[in-house]
Design a binder for this molecule. Structure first.
Ligand code: PMP
Length: 354
């Protein structure tokens, strides 16, 4: 740290992204990316857009926003595209929390929420998940702040139903409830249809997982017109050109190819179930994941030791050090070939232990 770094960041603990090693070819199951390339339509649109990079991108993101709104069945002024969904989440912390309106979120959830609270100098109210890692929705009734719920949750993979979220919305009429649906396309129930009914609901989603565009950085928020206008005020006060032209074009191409996205999600869900069955046969315990990852532990294997041993053998998974979940690993669901390699490797590790 230099002597010039503002003391207001003295206690800032930046988010630690999953490893992106370049030194060797791992079976990469650690950051919940799609194992499939982006749609060919996305690739073509992005290549075309590359030829116009001398110009700034469209700050209104009109073409892609209109296509997205049509896909979601909402109006264009009810959607805001951002540089990954991390950006819309940060905007929501900036726009809807303040010293008297804390950010309310679970103890085990997406690690960036606490960082967004910290960097924006906002208070947080942390609500522990139940022993089995499910959310007790009544803990969020009259939450007394802006609620952030990842649904399905990460890294647990567990989903709440739309009815459960609707109850939380009804019990917090004077606070915004942000539902982070980064993983919703793998078996969750989206709350997007509820935005017409609740002016306190903001839903965020991403092109990074189901739509195979993690490297392009495209996410979005969906909410009533007034909430989106607030978020636009933040956007235009930070970076009006927050989404680059190639990414906007790739997003448009992806939206023109919904069959490709649906087919990939189907494959991932099938691979998830087959992998879960195989790992259960090997003695693993796991949560009921509705995402593109499994959250697993084994009674005879230490979480960190398994992570390190898999890494040594060329497979990357994600291990978290937080004490409640340190016996677990989060394993991204990839192609069936990748999952077979994972299963066989874990089987060898277990046999060598016996
Ligand atoms: N929410 C959750 C729950 C996530 O796991 C992630 C990905 N790490 C994000 C949001 C952000 O994803 P992105 O910025 O790639 O859209």
């Amino acid at each position: 740290m230099s002597r010039f770094f503002s003391p207001k960041y003295a206690s800032l603990e930046p988010y630690t992204p999953g490893e992106q090693p370049k030194e060797m070819q791992y079976v990469k199951l650690n950051t919940n990316e799609s194992p499939f390339p982006p749609s060919e339509k996305a690739q073509r649109e992005a290549a075309q857009a590359a030829m116009g990079l001398q110009l700034y991108s469209d700050p209104t993101c009109k073409k892609t926003t209109d296509a997205l709104a049509k896909t979601l069945g909402v109006d264009s002024d009810e959607v805001l595209l951002t540089n990954g969904s991390d950006e819309i989440l940060n905007f929501a912390f900036m726009a809807f929390c303040d010293p008297k309106t804390p950010a309310v979120f679970a103890d085990i959830t997406y690690g960036f929420y606490s960082v967004f609270a910290e960097i924006n100098n906002l208070p947080s109210k942390i609500i522990p998940l139940k022993e089995d890692f499910t959310i007790d929705t009544s803990d969020y009734f009259a939450a007394g702040g802006t609620v952030f719920i990842a649904n399905p949750n990460a890294p647990t993979g567990i989903a709440l139903s739309r009815d459960q979220i609707e109850e939380i919305l009804q019990k917090n009429p004077n606070n915004v409830v942000v539902i982070d649906e980064a993983y919703v396309d793998f078996g969750g129930e989206s709350c997007v249809p509820l935005i017409k009914k609740y002016d306190n609901l903001l839903v965020t989603q991403t092109f990074s997982k189901s739509r195979s565009m993690a490297g392009a950085r495209l996410g979005f928020g969906v909410g009533c017109k007034a909430l989106i206008a607030d978020l636009n005020a933040i956007k235009y006060s930070t970076n009006p050109y927050n989404v680059n032209s190639m990414t906007l074009a790739a997003g448009y191409g992806t939206l023109c190819d919904p069959e490709y996205t649906a087919k990939n999600c189907q494959t991932i869900m099938e691979n998830r179930e087959k992998t879960a069955t195989a790992l259960q046969k090997l003695g693993f315990e796991m949560t009921n994941s509705k995402t593109n990852f499994l959250f697993v532990k084994h009674p005879k294997l230490d979480g960190e030791a398994l992570y390190l041993e898999l890494k040594r053998r060329g497979i990357l998974v994600r291990h978290f050090t937080a004490s409640r979940i340190s016996s677990y690993n989060r394993i991204t669901v990839g192609t069936w070939e990748q999952m077979q390699t994972l299963i066989a490797t874990i089987q060898s590790i277990l046999e060598e232990q016996a």
